[in-house]
Design a binder for this molecule. Structure first.
Ligand code: FAD
Length: 416
């Protein structure tokens, strides 16, 4: 980093390269630093449950190393096999078990970071602090634009004693959302709480085309897991649900990281992507219907569906999948200018509808390149603060220039 700084060479950090927003694409040449050789668990404080880990460590390697200590970090993104600790931190990721274990920002105790001038700093390190704003959070979600994470200390949980599952069919998506909200507000936070709309329920979760499926899974101590599932059962019943077979959860567990179906469609010329946003419970249903309507109105859009994937006391993440097709005869896998236009049109419609209805810009896929154009409208004047932080920490604009929608003097960002 010091060598690049002295020669004004831009540096883009890459790791698992599983990011879906183009964050690790070097836009202006320079050096790409591959972090994946900087891998492994350095130390484990079994008493505190804190693990010191290098940033290029992939999910399975981290969890395998912790198994011997009977610990788990509990971060299981769909990209668990192909993404790294540093990438999770840089993109503010969320795992599928986040309702119990939290998002990555809740797991980070402290960081070691290389700054743009090559100096090395450490942040955090205690269970809580009150010595000014939290400097760790400056780098969590910064997508390689403010510093390079070279070491992380993560909170780990004791390995779960028991696992329990349940599933429900709801008469509507809204009824399922109400049950989730009531359960989480009552502090029932099972690790997995996922609700599929009628389209996704019918496609993959045993629905009949009108019902919504809720998948529930919890890990932990028997009494806590029993209580969480009992509260969810009560809230489901209060909102008109009927019990679905537990095999719905097993089916989800078995297929949850398999995205080959989507890849088969893109090879046939379909334009497909996913968009995840967070919204307060009071606005979630509106965000859902606004985004669905906005995508359907795009010429060439063929299908849109969603599930609620991560829940919080005040709201949830809703995750959309949309598919478009230029013409029914378009079955080759070449990406043309038309495909590109349709892709951008669906994104523009979906993201702007989500923002207008009270959703945010992103829940866990980050901003990267694709969402840079929405940053100013999403953040308002607060975006100026991010620009100022970038200019202070990296005045020569060396680190991942052109990402997060940040202005750059290195050239124009050609996206979209
Ligand atoms: C099939 C699929 C499913 C996915 N599911 C999920 C999911 O469930 N949850 C979720 O959160 N995400 C998911 N993602 C998105 C992606 O996996 C995450 O964003 C992940 O955190 C990226 O990690 P990575 O190691 O692949 O990083 P990369 O893609 O290599 O890099 C992403 C960004 O992080 C920066 N970066 C990486 N390492 C460092 C470092 N050490 N220091 C500073 N910056 C760094 C890069 O510069 C870049 O800006 C999914 C992606 C795919 C393809």
């Amino acid at each position: 980093m010091r060598a690049c700084a002295s020669h004004n060479v831009p540096v883009t950090v890459t790791a698992g390269r599983s990011g879906v927003s183009g964050a690790s694409v070097p836009l202006f040449g320079g050096v790409v630093i591959d972090m994946t050789a900087m891998s492994g668990v350095v130390s484990v404080d079994r008493v505190a449950g804190v693990v010191e880990v290098l940033p290029g460590t992939f999910g399975p390697d981290l969890e395998r190393a912790l198994e011997t200590h009977k610990l788990t970090v509990g971060h299981y993104p769909q990209s668990f096999d192909i993404s790294t600790v540093g990438g999770w931190i840089a993109c503010l990721g969320a795992g599928q078990f986040s309702t119990r274990y939290g998002k990555i920002d809740e797991m980070v105790v402290g960081l070691e970071v290389v700054l743009a001038d090559g100096s090395l700093i450490r942040t955090g390190g205690a269970p809580a602090a009150a010595h000014g704003p939290d400097l760790t959070s400056l780098f969590v979600g910064s997508e390689g634009t403010l510093g390079i994470v070279t070491r992380a200390w993560l909170r780990a949980h004791d390995a779960a004693a028991v696992r329990r599952k349940a599933a429900y069919f709801f008469p509507s998506f809204a009824a399922g959302m109400a049950a989730m909200r009531e359960a989480v507000r009552a502090h029932a936070t099972p690790a997995v709480l996922r609700l599929y709309d009628a389209v996704e329920s019918e496609r993959s979760h045993g629905g009949d085309g009108t019902s919504s499926t809720l998948i529930v899974l919890d890990d932990g101590e028997q009494e806590i897991v029993d209580a969480a599932l009992a509260v969810v059962a009560r809230c489901a019943g209060n909102n008109g649900a009927i019990a679905a077979p537990d095999e719905r959860v097993d089916h989800w567990l078995e297929h949850r990281n398999d995205t080959s179906g989507l890849q088969a469609l893109t090879k046939k010329g379909f334009v497909i992507d996913t968009m995840e946003v967070a919204a307060p419970w009071s606005k979630l249903a509106d965000v859902y219907s606004s985004v669905v309507d906005a995508i359907r109105a795009v010429d060439g859009a063929r299908s849109v569906s969603a599930h609620v994937s991560h829940s919080y006391l005040d709201g949830a993440c809703i995750y959309f999948t949309f598919v478009g097709q230029i013409s029914s005869r378009d079955i080759n896998d070449a990406t043309t200018a038309e495909h590109y236009r349709l892709y951008v049109a669906m994104w523009d419609a979906a993201q702007r509808a989500a923002l207008a209805a009270g959703g945010n810009l992103a829940h866990h896929h980050g901003v990267g390149l694709n969402r840079g154009r929405f940053m100013r409208e999403a953040l308002g004047d607060a975006f100026n603060l991010l620009v100022a932080m970038k200019q202070t920490l990296d005045p020569a604009d060396l680190l991942n220039p052109g990402k997060l929608g940040l202005p750059t003097k290195r050239g124009s960002v050609k996206f979209p």
